[in-house]
Structure formats: structure tokens, C-alpha cells
Design a binder for this molecule. Sequence first.
Ligand SMILES: [Zn+2]
Length: 115
Amino acid sequence: MKKYERIRRKLLNRRDEIEGRLNKVDQDILHTNGAPNPDSGEQAIERENDDVLEALGGIARSELEQINIALERMERNEYGICTLCKKAISAERLKAIPYAERCIKCADKDVEDTF
Ligand SMILES: [Zn+2]
């Protein structure tokens, strides 16, 4: 059994979940766009709903991307290694953020740099 098999399964489950949710969001957008409401007030509300749905879709899509990157990193046996200092990322950190690419020290450093 691979070292990160359990996390890999977790990521795959999460990916399925997000993909399912994204499909639903897309259907909701299609549904509201496909049936224009003649009442302009209602239309504004529908547009607002679409914005919310699209924002949610954006968050889900970026998480999906991170999951895919983590899975690719597993394939290349790079998973769990900090992309900056090349040291191992702690198991606790990976448990909390399975798609973390940096160790806690480098992640902290990055936050400091942005300030
Ligand atoms: Zn690091």
C-alpha cells in the first residue's frame, strides 16, 4: 500500500463530490438562463442567483484544481514534499490541508511576504 493511499482516496472522493456539485451548479445556471422571466424584478433576482452560483462554482473549481495538482504530485512521488524548501510536510498539516504544497514554515513565510 502506498504511503498516501488513504489521503489519495480522500482526495478522489472529494473530487467526485465537487464535480457532482459543479454539474448541479451548471444545470441551475442553464435552467435560470434558459427560462427568462418576463418580470424584470424577477430577472434581477435570477441574475443575482446566477452570480452566487458562479462564485460558488469558482471556489469549487479552484479546489478541484488543487486536488488535481495534489493527485499529480502523488503520481510523481512529490506529494508531501514542500515545493519551496523540499522538506517533508508534516502529517498533521497534510491531514488538515490534503493539497498543501508547502510546509507550515514556508506557508507562513509566504503570508509574511504578502504584507
Ligand atoms: Zn518548506
